[in-house]
Design a protein around this ligand. Structure first.
Ligand code: NAD
Length: 282
């Protein structure tokens, strides 16, 4: 039976560290504040917003909510981003995407200051993932995978890792971050030939394909550490990962559950970026 790499313990450790840092910041007159900019009323956005607000409240990060109507103009949206860029009381900005179709998402992404880009969406943030010294923050989900490996003391140096998925928010940054841990990394995608054979070579397997239960037993090998990033809704309304859990559990050494794995750590990473952004001000 695989060891379960639960997110809750990682979150508790991150919260403890953040609480001490926030107390210190507040004693110096800085109250870390996250601005959440939402356009429209998409249920996914509202549900993530609630989770993020609760997590902020737990550790003492303030939240400023900006909600714009779904038919907001591009000009008004950019004005709001710029006003948050200039607001000294706001340390991090989360902008929900995808934006409604009539809005130019690329222009909005470019308008945000990397220093306040706690979600890792700007070019300044992504450059930092590659160079190690950017002025933004890495994408939260990719960092959440690393936090889990660190917390459970997975020694990455010299190990073979396979990342399934090459999106800009998860797969690519996770692969680069693993390289930073001296891991030998292979990235698989939809054009990879004989993916199960490649995946079986992994000692650490990160799965971010965005396809429910795509990774079945032929992808897996004994002893592997599996980080399942996927969040998918099944027909009966339950959440499942990109890894077929029942296939994986008897084979692999350890696996993150869904729900209760990467997703829960991602929100904490987001909040920790707000605290980091506030610390940089001092
Ligand atoms: P995406 O759709 O943008 O990218 C998926 C990537 O996987 C693409 O590069 C695609 O080429 C590749 N891919 C698709 N099918 C594949 C297959 N069968 N085999 C190999 N590669 C395949 O998705 P994303 O934004 O990277 O998200 C991936 C998953 O992670 C989704 O299930 C998403 O819901 C979830 N997610 C979780 C969190 C979290 O906090 N846990 C955050 C963001 C996304």
């Amino acid at each position: 039976m695989a060891e379960l790499l639960k997110g809750a313990a990682v979150v508790a450790a991150l919260n403890e560290k953040m609480t001490a840092e926030i107390t210190n910041l507040k004693s110096k007159g800085v109250s870390p504040t996250l601005a959440i900019l939402r356009v429209g009323e998409r249920p996914d956005d509202i549900s993530y917003e609630k989770g993020a607000m609760k997590r902020c409240e737990t550790v003492g990060v303030a939240v400023k909510n900006i909600v714009l109507p779904a038919d907001v103009t591009q000009d008004v949206l950019i004005q709001n981003v710029e006003s948050l860029n200039n607001d000294k009381g706001v340390h991090g900005v989360l902008i929900f995407r995808p934006l409604p179709k009539h809005l130019d998402e690329e222009a909005v992404r470019k308008a945000l200051k990397p220093e306040k880009d706690i979600d890792g969406i700007t070019d300044g943030s992504l450059a930092g993932v590659f160079t190690g010294n950017g002025n933004g923050f890495p994408p939260c989900t990719a960092q959440a995978c690393m936090e889990i490996l660190d917390f459970y003391k997975v020694n990455c140096a010299g190990k073979r890792a396979v990342v399934i998925g090459r999106s800009l928010v998860v797969g690519k940054p996770a692969a680069v971050m693993l390289m930073g841990k001296n891991t030998t990394v292979t990235v698989c995608h939809t054009k990879t030939v004989d993916m199960p054979a490649v995946a079986r070579t992994a000692e650490i397997l990160i799965v971010a394909a965005g396809k429910a239960n795509a990774v079945t037993k032929e992808y897996l090998a004994p002893g592997q550490i599996v980080v399942d990033v996927g969040i998918n809704m099944t027909a009966d309304g339950k959440l499942c990962g990109d890894v077929k859990f029942d296939d994986a559990e008897p084979i692999v050494g350890a696996i993150t559950p869904v729900p209760g794995g990467v997703g829960t750590v991602t929100t904490s990473v987001l909040v920790s970026h707000v605290v980091e952004a506030a610390k940089k001000l001092l």
